[in-house]
Structures are given as structure tokens and as C-alpha cells.
Design a protein around this ligand. Structure first.
Ligand SMILES: [Zn+2]
Length: 305
């Protein structure tokens, strides 16, 4: 039982297919080296990887290779979370501040769903919010701008790295971005610095992981494609100018995300082919992200009673 995964399919269909397409006989391709192995073999005789059949789920995982539907997944999940946080804010929707803060969910509701920053991470101990904050947005312009950038950058990075490595880069860059921003907010927040250097007490938005994509593209570009590098650098320059001129831009999240994406691209090496193991790690990344949002809600709900 199972169905075709098409480009537009989201992660839900992916997971259903994997669960229903378990194989228990015959041979499969080792997710680490690509050699043929028995689906029940304890280890691969070519490379030594343990459990190369992935409990029989290896073949279904391999079918996902072409496209994960990752960009539609991020846009869909971010839009749903934005709508939910906005509706739950009710009459407490933040007002004032003009066009850029139009339709802003309230801070307590964003905290409930996993906003990150110095206060959630250090004051409340919500360390997992470094995974959830990238899926939340602070206003209508904020989500539109980020999703537009994601649609520009995502398909190119998926072409270069493959969908699974793109998910890994996106997730790790969110963590490094929000971690740097929270650390800066904790240790620099009280210092007499210009506001764009003080880090964030609270922070949300996909721009940290999106800057991870930019960092990965700059790394890939520096390996040979000067066109890709120039294109990615134009985002960096735009962000630096924007970040210095506009109040409320989380520059540490951008810088931390960029560094995380650059380093992950170097670690994953875009000049090699994506492996089955990357797909496994990507699914774990998405699972942990979902858990972080659930943990935030469960952790925060008692405060609302
Ligand atoms: Zn192998």
C-alpha cells in the first residue's frame, strides 16, 4: 500500500508512505554507500553500516529522493501556525507600529507556541525553542517577506544539496541562529550598545534558517560557482543594510543562521551525492522540530489558566 510522492506533496503524505511501504524480504540499497544488501542484514558488507535495511523502511525512504516538498511544507506549516497564533491572540493582537507590525500575534501567544530568545531560553529554561521559533512569525509582512525569500532560495539549494541535506541545513541553522541571538540577548542585552547589537529578549521568524540557506549557497559558490556566490552574497549585503536601518531586526539570528548553514554545507559537502542516511537525519530534524512546538505548548499552557 502506498501512493506516489509528487513535487507538491507535503511531509504528511511522505510519512504515511514510509509507514505503509515497509519491506521485509529481498535486497535493498545501503543508505550509506549504495551497495546492495539484504533487507534483514545486520550490517553492510561493503561499508560496515549497521542496519542498512532501516528496519525495512529503506526502499520507501529512497523513493522520496527527488523532492521532499520541503518548501511547500515550510510555507504551509508557517501559515497555519501564523493563523492559529493570530486567532488565539483575539483582541490582544498587537496594535501600533504601522504597516510592518500589521496583524501581529500577541507576545504571550507566540511564547506559548515556542518563541525563542534570551527570556524563553534562559529565564524559563525553554532551550528547545531554538527549534520551534523559526516556524513562527511576528506580523503579516514578516511572514510574507520570509516565505518570499524561502521560495527564491529553497528550490536552488534543494537542486544543489538534495532535499534531505537542505532540511538538515535549515534545521541546524535555525538552532545556531536562535542560540546566538539568545546568548547575545542574555550577555549583551543590558550593555550600552546600539539596539541592533543587543541580541533578542524574544525572537521568532524563518529568517534564521533562511540565512542558513544563504550561508550554504555562499559555501557552495565558493567551491566553484561564482554566479551562485554572487547571488547569495547579494542577500547578505541586503540583510546587513536592512538590519542596520530597520529597528527590530534580529541580526544575531541572521548571523548565527548564516554561520550554521555555511558550516553544515562544508560538513555535508555539496560536491558529493545525497545519501539515504541524510534522509533519515532530515526526518529526525523535522520530528524534533514538531516535538519542540508541542513541548512549548504543553510547557506554556499552565501559565494561561
Ligand atoms: Zn554500505
Amino acid at each position: 500500500m502506498g501512493f506516489e510522492i509528487r513535487d507538491s506533496e507535503t511531509g504528511i503524505g511522505t510519512i504515511i508512505t514510509i509507514v505503509f511501504e515497509r519491506r521485509t524480504t529481498g535486497s535493498v540499497v545501503c543508505p550509506a554507500c549504495g551497495a546492495l544488501v539484504g533487507v534483514r542484514d545486520e550490517k553492510c558488507y561493503t561499508c560496515g553500516r549497521a542496519n542498512p535495511g532501516l528496519w525495512g523502511f529503506g526502499p520507501a525512504l529512497r523513493k522520496l529522493g527527488a523532492d521532499f516538498g520541503f518548501v511547500p511544507l515550510v510555507i504551509g506549516a508557517s501559515s497555519v501556525l501564523y493563523a492559529v497564533t493570530l486567532l488565539m491572540s483575539g483582541s490582544t493582537i498587537f496594535r501600533g507600529g504601522g504597516m510592518l507590525s500589521l496583524l501581529s500575534p500577541s507576545l504571550p501567544i507566540l511564547l506559548l507556541f515556542g518563541a525563542s530568545g534570551a527570556i524563553p531560553v534562559f529565564t524559563y529554561g525553554g532551550w528547545w525553542t531554538v527549534l520551534s521559533a523559526g516556524w513562527l512569525h511576528g506580523s503579516l509582512m514578516h511572514i510574507i517577506f520570509n516565505m518570499w525569500a524561502l521560495r527564491q532560495l529553497g528550490p536552488t539549494l534543494i537542486d544543489i544539496m538534495g532535499p534531505a541535506r537542505t532540511v538538515i541545513i535549515y534545521t541546524v541553522a535555525g538552532v545556531t541562529g536562535f542560540l546566538l541571538s539568545s546568548l547575545a540577548g542574555r550577555y549583551l542585552g543590558g550593555l550600552p550598545l546600539p539596539s541592533f547589537l543587543r541580541g533578542a529578549g524574544f525572537t521568532v521568524g524563518a529568517s534564521a534558517p533562511i540565512f542558513g540557506m544563504v550561508g550554504a549557497l555562499v559555501h557552495y559558490g565558493s567551491q566553484g560557482s561564482s554566479m551562485v556566490k554572487r547571488w547569495a552574497m547579494s542577500y547578505v549585503i541586503g540583510a546587513v543594510i536592512f538590519g542596520l536601518l530597520m529597528p527590530g531586526i534580529d541580526n544575531y539570528a541572521h548571523a548565527g543562521g548564516f554561520a550554521g548553514g555555511y558550516l553544515m554545507s562544508a560538513f555535508l559537502n555539496p560536491m558529493t551525492r545525497e545519501r539515504g542516511d541524510h534522509l533519515l537525519v532530515a526526518l529526525i530534524c523535522l520530528g524534533l522540530t514538531l516535538l519542540a512546538i508541542v513541548a512549548s505548548v504543553l510547557h506554556g499552557l499552565p501559565l494561561f489558566r
